[in-house]
Design a binder for this molecule. Sequence first.
Ligand code: SAM
Length: 333
Amino acid sequence: MTALQDKFGRRITDLRISITDRCNYKCVYCRTGNEGALYGDLPFDDYLRMARVLVAMGITKIRLTGGEPLLRKGVVEFVRELSQLRRLNGNGAEPLDVALTTNGHLLADLAHSLKAAGLTRVTVSMDAVDPDRFTRITRVPGGFDHVLGGIRTARRAGLWPLKVNCVLMRGFNEDQIIPFGMFAREEGVIVRFIEFMPLEEDRMWSPSTVVTLDEILARMAEYRPLVEIPHARSETARRYRFDDGIGEIGIIAPVSHPFCGHCSRLRITSDGKIRTCLFSAWDHDLHAEMGRGASDKELAEFICRVVQKKEERHHIGEPDFVPASRTMVHIGG
Ligand code: SAM
């Protein structure tokens, strides 16, 4: 089958599959306080077939996301099946890199089974190291201890190195920058700050709500000097270590320093649609192709056509910006 490359010459190697758009948190920068309508999800066998076709086309890494992926019963078994897929390289077949992004609420109970099933890495989203602030953001009381417990159990289970992602939003948690620097050093995790993007249900994004890379660096430098670590061009995060070698942080800056030119991603939503960009105005119904009886070869041809439509870049903050056709929780971040 053909290797996946878009019309701008970007190789597509990284697939994100959302396995549910349900979530047990209502983070202020993502959802409204209400439940809202859902797009729903598919049987795991359907995602597995999509993954198998895409891995044969050059995908080397699959990240499960949501909604909250750990809400889905059967997720451990699904990870086991994915980890048995083999990616092709010049020398033969290699195991696939199977990762997971979670809010960590249910991680303590599942970390050891996920590791045993073949999960390679986990990223935990956590937007405050202060429990009260954490609750103000997630709008679910008592979650902080679950998430911290999840992070520590994942570490003991060998899901390592572990990344903790923090979306910064002005007025909510920009004062958590230095505490997160301390947390990275104390817990031995890589903390990555993410600039807030206009993908939230409440439509409250404006340029002034974004805490930018420059601001994060300046604030952290008041605590301890940082040294930049060289990073691969395809990596989304700029990486820094503290001057004494203890602790690493990263900054993902899609708003102030876009990295669309190196984007290697494709997303499948929980209802089986392909999205070529977080900010796409359309999605492409791969599940409907399966429903009409398409062969694997026909699915691959459909995917190749879709990839040619991948957007060159996003237009956040520009006068011609059009909001994406779905919000983050229904895309899968
Ligand atoms: N529930 C899982 C979690 O919390 O990691 C997976 C889904 S969540 C949508 C994936 C990531 O998207 C999280 O790190 C979350 O913080 C981030 N996210 C959600 N809305 C965002 C926004 N508007 N801007 C930037 N990141 C956002």
